[in-house]
Ligand binder design. Structure first.
Ligand SMILES: *[C@@H]1O[C@H](CO)[C@@H](O)[C@H](O)[C@H]1NC(C)=O
Ligand SMILES: *[C@@H]1O[C@H](CO)[C@@H](O)[C@H](O)[C@H]1NC(C)=O
Ligand SMILES: *[C@@H]1O[C@H](CO)[C@@H](O)[C@H](O)[C@H]1NC(C)=O
Ligand SMILES: *[C@@H]1O[C@H](CO)[C@@H](O)[C@H](O)[C@H]1NC(C)=O
Ligand SMILES: *[C@@H]1O[C@H](CO)[C@@H](O)[C@H](O)[C@H]1NC(C)=O
Ligand SMILES: *[C@@H]1O[C@H](CO)[C@@H](O)[C@H](O)[C@H]1NC(C)=O
Ligand SMILES: *[C@@H]1O[C@H](CO)[C@@H](O)[C@H](O)[C@H]1NC(C)=O
Ligand SMILES: *[C@@H]1O[C@H](CO)[C@@H](O)[C@H](O)[C@H]1NC(C)=O
Ligand SMILES: *[C@@H]1O[C@H](CO)[C@@H](O)[C@H](O)[C@H]1NC(C)=O
Length: 824
């Protein structure tokens, strides 16, 4: 019968006149290739399209007004037409059909998704919201509750006002799925939607696995996206009630074009159209940190990007397997230090600034109070934690967890509070230790810069005091000093000036290794045979004093096998010196940029050097107690020990960041051309991502044996980065590799490393991976995102260098660390 009807419908079809824009299609019309439906305000357009590099044809919706064709919805994403003879029709029953007119076959239809109220006079209409609806003509009410609408079947884009989530009445679940690739709208790997197995939460999945959990709504924001704040451009909300559970965002100024897209790579980006630039600008939603990886720390583990290692057990918990935990295998997570036994004395400990754990299997009631919530949790021994479901205002509602708590994260601010069940004795011991820690806590909140200056001052004061005492006793200074001013131990031994004079043969020219950022560097041999490198601050340098202090502060507390080790200092009268372990193979530049010595570093040696540098940088950025931005990472600042282990050196330019600071601005740009990220060289903006940029340059230099700055390609005048980018895009990245590596290379490793290098030198800092991701990429074999255009890839030189710095001697001196004073 219905077949009969559609045949009749087919016979009645007329062709849409191609002359003027229409916003509707009625049941007697047919839409062909090159014909479109346009929304009333001409915001959106519906019609046939074919993706850039594809021979397939689809029906879709895109923005009408902008130059770049940006598809927001695709009808037949999995069943493309291979030619242009498609016909889109609306049947009398209100079903939209896409037919292949060469054989009459239906390639796509809404038949399985329409509610089956047989309609009498259906109309299809494209709205200015980007939604295409099919409704019963003549009654505007029906537009509110259409027979079918495209926004119930999202593709990869969520537009303002559209709902992402569940309609419990109709049973429709709206989620969006990435395209397979930029050229293929078929279902990709990634999907995003609201999970309602428990208190509703937003997540991104890769296949069936959870990739990233944006978390439950706490009345103000999504618990896992604490950095998403109220802003003047769009507002967002999450509705949970009897009927629906959905996420939605709305534009404050409707004339802005914005879309939320799940890209083929799995990245969720919010894009804003910039008319002036005629391009979509991304507002990236953070989801690429190690801690964003689902359940990275296992049950009852908490992930904290400011800690080293990132995983720790919550208070009252200990690693389930100490051995595995030590090897950073956190999969088994943590367990109660004192197991629970359902004793009535059990209670709850309060934890703050968390991303709430996975709410699958949780229970909630939106009207209960916190006290009722606690009682409810306490009564049920399998209830492991509770909190308010709505933190807005004074807090309301009840959210209960049962069993393991998974995917918790500790954040610096805007985190949530969670009450976790602990045994009575555990609660007692926490109570006791809080008492004795009270004083310590006061100390911790003193700003770190202040702590650092106190340390520095006390080094010097203590040094004087101690030296006098030592001289009276006639001993060499003790190696370990304790700073009595706080709880900090600094292990910074002091050397007599006379010891250094002897070791360096009175600073003999023969012992000179090179010129550092603030003075010469000498080799020395202590009486016990230990070899040292001595950095001597030039007496006349005033700028040097700051760098000297900076270096002491930065490095005195750092201990890592890929950082050069500070053995001590020497301060006597006007003399100021830093004493380092001596690196017998000196600078990496002496190998890779030297035509004869480059043969000494084969592929596996370079590979392990690159990995070592990355680990050193990881320690600086994330694993040490301070977050340090090196700011002058370059080949000549990488030293090699006797076993060719790389060590990062020269912390004269380094900056220490406070706990959650991620970016800073300086009007004194220091660094080395060729290694400086565009936003840093240009705007003085530095962050861990500007170090990552330098790391990327370094990586490409190590692979190619060429200097980024010195390199100018004969044909296209690109520098090394530009050359690498070009070769990569042509699939010829192997050509970049240093010829002296010859047969030693591992082709897949080489290609992967060049790819990672290009990801690090991407123009926009937000595109660059952090060093944690870099290490994961280096050590794994999964697919990598394609890199975007790099920064500074046309060879560009500026000659206003004012200062030079290399750790040890360099083969040539054209690589200067420069200081630019930005007039601002
Ligand atoms: C669509 O329009 C383009 C340009 O006007 C024309 O080249 C093409 O042949 C048309 N295609 C169809 C199927 O009508
Ligand atoms: C897509 O087409 C562009 C321009 O024709 C071309 O540069 C690019 O390499 C193509 N990409 C793929 C993946 O085929
Ligand atoms: C509609 O659903 C039925 C049964 O689930 C299925 O056999 C049929 O292929 C579907 N039709 C379309 C056009 O998806
Ligand atoms: C759809 O049709 C079936 C059978 O014809 C009927 O049982 C069902 O109630 C209808 N659903 C709606 C939403 O009208
Ligand atoms: C968001 O903004 C829109 C448009 O200004 C407004 O209609 C809506 O009420 C706002 N929603 C919330 C939750 O503030
Ligand atoms: C909305 O944005 C447009 C374009 O940016 C601007 O011209 C207009 O004044 C804005 N309207 C409001 C109410 O802010
Ligand atoms: C939520 O709790 C309130 C107060 O305890 C109670 O009246 C209500 O029935 C509960 N609702 C549900 C859905 O359990
Ligand atoms: C405790 O909660 C779990 C999960 O909701 C439930 O299955 C169990 O019956 C409850 N036990 C008691 C004693 O209420
Ligand atoms: C959350 O709390 C605020 C402030 O009390 C209230 O306005 C809002 O309606 C609550 N939200 C829900 C979903 O209960």
């Amino acid at each position: 019968m219905s077949k009969m009807m559609s045949i009749i419908g087919f016979l009645l079809l007329s062709i849409i006149p191609p002359t003027h824009a229409i916003d509707t299609i009625s049941s007697n019309q047919i839409l062909r290739y090159n014909q479109t439906i346009i929304s009333p305000q001409e915001t959106f357009e519906l019609g046939f399209f074919n993706p850039r590099n594809s021979t397939n044809h689809y029906v879709g919706i895109w923005y009408k007004k902008i130059s770049t064709k940006s598809i927001v919805w695709v009808a037949n994403r999995n069943t493309p037409l291979t030619h242009t003879s498609g016909e889109l029709t609306l049947t009398l029953q209100g079903v939209l059909l896409l037919r292949d007119s060469t054989n009459g076959k239906v390639v796509w239809s809404t038949v399985n998704s329409s509610s089956n109220s047989s309609s009498r006079n259906p109309i299809g209409k494209l709205l200015d919201t980007g939604n295409f609806i099919i409704y019963e003509e003549g009654d505007n009410i029906h537009q509110e509750d259409p027979i079918w609408q495209s926004s119930d079947f999202l593709t990869d884009t969520l537009l303002p006002g559209m709902k992402l989530g569940w309609d419990k009445i109709t049973g429709i679940e709206k989620h969006f799925t990435s395209w397979k690739s930029d050229d293929d709208p078929a279902y990709g790997e990634f999907s995003s939607g609201v999970d309602t197995r428990g208190y509703p939460q937003l997540m991104i999945r890769e296949g069936h696995n959870i990739k990233f959990r944006a978390g439950p709504w706490n009345g103000l924001r999504l618990s896992g996206v604490s950095n998403l704040r109220p802003n003047p451009v769009f507002n967002f909300t999450f509705v949970v009630n009897q009927r629906e559970a959905y996420y939605q965002y709305n534009l404050v100024n409707a004339s802005i074009l914005m879309r939320l897209v799940l890209q083929p790579s799995g990245r969720l980006v919010r894009l804003v159209w910039i008319d002036g630039k005629q391009e979509w600008n991304p507002i990236v939603i953070r989801q690429n940190e190690l801690c964003d990886q689902y359940a990275v720390c296992g049950p009852f583990g908490s992930c904290n990007m400011d800690k080293s290692p990132v995983c720790e057990c919550l208070e009252g918990f200990e690693p389930t397997s100490f051995d595995q935990w030590k090897t950073t295998d956190w999969s088994q997570g943590c367990r109660h230090t004192i197991p629970l036994d359902c004793n009535p004395g059990e209670g709850f400990n309060k934890y703050s600034n968390l991303k709430l754990p996975d709410t699958q299997g949780s229970w909630y009631n939106q009207t209960m109070t916190l006290v009722e919530c606690e009682n409810m949790c306490k009564r049920n021994c399998s209830c492991s934690a509770y909190t308010n479901s709505n933190t807005s205002g004074t807090g309301s509602g009840c959210l209960l967890w049962f069993g393991d708590l998974i995917d918790i994260r500790t954040v610096a601010e805007n985190g949530d509070t969670l009450y976790i069940r602990l045994s009575a004795s555990e609660l007692d011991s926490i109570e006791n230790s809080r008492g004795s820690n009270a004083r310590r806590k006061v100390w911790v909140i003193v700003p770190i810069t202040f702590v650092v200056s106190v340390i520095l001052v006390s080094i010097c004061l203590f040094h004087r005091f101690y030296r006098k005492k030592q001289q009276q006793e006639g001993n060499e200074p003790r190696r370990h000093l304790e700073n009595r001013n706080g709880n900090e131990d600094i292990e910074l031994p002091l050397f007599y000036f006379s010891t250094i004079l002897k070791a360096t043969n009175n600073f003999s020219v023969n012992n000179k290794l090179g010129e550092g950022g603030y003075g010469p560097v000498y080799k020395g041999v202590l009486e016990d045979g230990h070899e040292i490198a001595v950095k001597r601050l030039a007496k006349t340098s005033t700028q040097g004093i700051n760098e000297f202090k900076n270096e002491v502060i930065s490095i005195s507390k750092l201990q890592h096998r890929n950082l050069v080790k500070l053995l001590g200092c020497c301060i006597e009268g006007a003399e100021k010196m830093l004493i380092y372990e001596y690196m017998s193979n000196k600078g990496l530049d002496l190998f890779i940029f030297d035509k004869t010595r480059s043969h000494l570093l084969d592929w596996s040696a370079r590979y392990s050097i690159i990995n070592g540098i990355a680990r050193g940088l990881l320690y600086l950025h994330h694993d040490s107690r301070l977050r340090i931005i090196h700011r002058d990472l370059k080949v000549s600042n990488i030293l090699l020990d006797a076993d060719m282990n790389p060590k990062i050196s020269d912390f004269g330019m380094a900056k220490i960041f406070k706990g959650n600071q991620i970016e800073a601005n300086t009007n004194r740009v220091v660094g080395t051309y060729g290694y400086m990220a565009p936003e840093y060289a240009g705007d003085g903006l530095f962050s861990i991502k500007s170090d990552v940029y330098s790391f990327g340059v370094l990586l490409l230099e190590i692979m190619s044996g060429e200097k980024n700055r010195g390199f100018i390609h004969k044909e296209h005048y690109n520098n090394l980065i530009g050359h690498a980018w070009g070769l990569h895009n042509e699939g010829k990245s192997l050509q970049l590799v240093d010829k002296s590596l010859a047969e030693s290379i591992n082709i897949s490793q080489v290609q992967r490393l060049i790819h990672v290098g290009l990801l690090c030198v991407q123009r926009f800092p937000e595109d660059r991976p952090n060093i944690t991701s870099v290490i994961m990429m280096l050590g794994s074999e999964g697919p990598l995102h394609p890199p975007n255009e790099p920064g500074f890839y046309i060879g560009k030189t500026k000659q206003d260098a004012t200062e030079s710095s290399n750790s040890y001697e360099t083969s040539s001196n054209n690589e200067l660390t420069v200081t630019i004073l930005n007039g601002r």
